[in-house]
Design a protein around this ligand. Structure first.
Ligand SMILES: Cc1cc2nc3c(=O)[nH]c(=O)nc-3n(C[C@H](O)[C@H](O)[C@H](O)COP(=O)(O)OP(=O)(O)OC[C@H]3O[C@@H](n4cnc5c(N)ncnc54)[C@H](O)[C@@H]3O)c2cc1C
Length: 480
């Protein structure tokens, strides 16, 4: 008896059953064989994001097994362009389905894979799922890509993002597991997680598609506070959906389809949900920019900024990485990120501004640290936001916009609850969050058990030095 060839679904960042065109297409090709590959691109990702990816994979595997008579994801180690052609030839499969994840590294890999498939008559079929709309659907009046957020957002709203998102298939016929298949639930994708996994595990939010949908529903019920409260790190106001979106545990289309009608129907929620959707459009904007300008992750969007004399290294950067700058809001945020893999957006902006403006340090050093520590790491959002804060990105903050972290703290953390949570130290007033940070930092850092503020003059001196350097640079390059 010959076995029918499988429908191969190459999982990358789309750990969901619903709203997954690649999965659907694979199912129509034959019994489903979902394959995840631990390749160079996976291993190059930051440790926290890899750790989170492992949880997404395990949750997806469990959800899939529940619908396919126990058949889960096959995990391979190696390079996709070497493994997949051999696998397809062996199993007689012609097509390989993937949800497109349009990073520069993935684009290069897809090109190599296509070249390797050609001689055997195989084909890589890309499906949309990571974005609301493909870049070709959103062009400015001259047919080019938008470089400014507001017209981009207006165009997206005009076209509308509310396409129907297909449900998860009720039952799936699975293909037999591959020999020597490791169990996704037992895989450790981040053995090099240098702060240990205890803290991340303790503070982790539930992973997986069901958790993502529940989180969205729970957020929509309390969205009325979002417009006014989203900048407050001391409150639980934002959705916390970024990890789920980054890993494709929920598709942006599903999110839009669930949220947008509520913005119109439920009085009191409308403003909050509209603001929330405008943030989701920032994510979309970041990806459209990355597709247009793949160098964005390591090259200044504005070419003249390539010459800015950033500090590359030094004690300021080390203190910043170790959350010992002496600036309360900055250190609190960096500690939160170290321990939980998350950091509130307002605090990300202030921490990034401190590094790039007060310390005049290269935004790429900050981007790399965030990429290593964030569980919601997203190459497009990370790069766009770092460039925005540093002033060298598209539609960026003006060069003279230098956040005053103390003013920001007073405004957005008015009772100092957030700062206390992360900086309280080990004494009787210590919080479990602050202790968790002390427990997880490497001994070699020799951090002090009690957080100490830096000299108040650092704020004004840093601001003055930054303004002077930025003004000098601007005078040299008036096109800035
Ligand atoms: C320097 C810096 C680096 C960042 N790096 C990342 C990153 O690696 N991954 C990431 O997902 N976000 C990044 N952000 C954006 C933002 O901080 C997070 O998306 C947000 O904090 C996630 O929390 P939330 O899901 O509760 O957001 P909510 O306020 O509930 O927003 C809903 C969704 O909108 C999107 N969103 C919100 N704000 C932004 C924004 N400024 N830019 C792009 N999309 C946004 C996210 O997908 C988010 O989940 C970065 C911001 C800064 C300033």
């Amino acid at each position: 008896m010959t076995t029918a060839p499988p429908g191969i679904f190459w999982l990358t960042r789309d750990f969901r059953l619903a709203d997954n065109a690649a999965l659907r297409a694979a199912i129509t090709d034959g019994p489903l064989l979902p394959v995840f590959i631990i390749d160079r691109l996976t291993l190059e990702q930051g440790a926290a994001s890899r750790w989170r990816l492992g949880r997404a994979l395990a949750a997806f595997d469990a959800a899939l097994r529940a619908r396919s008579g126990g058949r889960g994801v096959s995990v391979l180690r190696g390079e996709a362009d070497e493994l997949l052609p051999v696998l397809m030839q062996r199993l007689g499969a012609r097509r390989l389905h993937q949800s497109d994840w349009p990073t520069p590294g993935m684009r290069a890999l897809q090109a190599r894979l296509r070249a390797a498939l050609r001689p055997i008559g195989g084909d890589l079929v890309l499906h949309q799922g990571h974005l609301l709309l493909p870049p070709a659907a959103l062009r400015n009046a001259s047919g080019g890509a938008f470089r400014v957020y507001s017209p981009f957002a207006r165009a997206l709203r005009r076209i509308g993002a509310d396409r129907p998102a297909p449900d998860a298939p009720a039952r799936i016929t699975g293909f037999a597991a591959l020999p020597d298949d490791p169990d996704p639930a037992r895989l450790d994708l981040a053995p090099d997680l240098h702060r240990g996994r205890a803290a991340l595990e303790r503070f982790a939010l539930p992973a997986g598609e069901a958790a993502a949908q529940a989180r969205l529903a729970e957020f929509l019920d309390r969205a009325e506070d979002y417009a006014d409260g989203r900048d407050r790190p001391d409150l639980n106001v934002t959705s916390g959906l970024s990890e789920h979106l980054a890993l494709g545990e929920i598709g942006p289309r599903t999110l839009w389809a669930m949220a947008a009608p509520q913005a119109e129907l439920i009085s009191g929620q409308a403003q909050g949900i509209a603001k929330f959707l405008s943030e989701v459009i920032w994510r979309e904007f970041a990806w459209h920019l990355l597709i247009e300008f793949p160098q964005m992750t390591d090259t200044c969007w504005r070419p003249e900024w390539q010459r800015f004399p950033w500090q590359k290294d030094g004690p300021g950067l080390t203190q910043w990485r170790r959350a010992e700058t002496g600036v309360a809001l900055v250190d609190a945020g960096l500690r939160e990120m170290w321990v939980t893999g998350r950091m509130h957006n307002r605090v990300r902006m202030v921490a990034a501004s401190w590094l790039t403006k007060h310390l005049l340090t290269d935004w790429r050093a900050g981007l790399a640290h965030f990429a290593d520590c964030l569980t919601d790491w997203d190459p497009a959002s990370n790069a766009m936001n770092w460039q925005w804060v540093a002033g060298c990105g598209p539609d960026a903050a003006p060069y003279f916009r230098i956040f005053n972290p103390d003013l920001q703290a007073r405004r957005y953390d008015p009772d100092a609850a957030y700062r206390r949570r992360w900086l309280a130290g080990t004494g009787s007033a210590g919080t479990s969050e602050a202790r968790a940070w002390l427990d997880t930092v490497p001994r070699a850092w020799q951090v002090k058990p009690c957080w100490q503020p830096g000299p108040p003059s650092a704020l004004s001196a840093g601001r003055k030095a930054a303004l002077a350097a930025l003004t000098r640079f601007r005078a040299l390059r008036p096109e800035n």
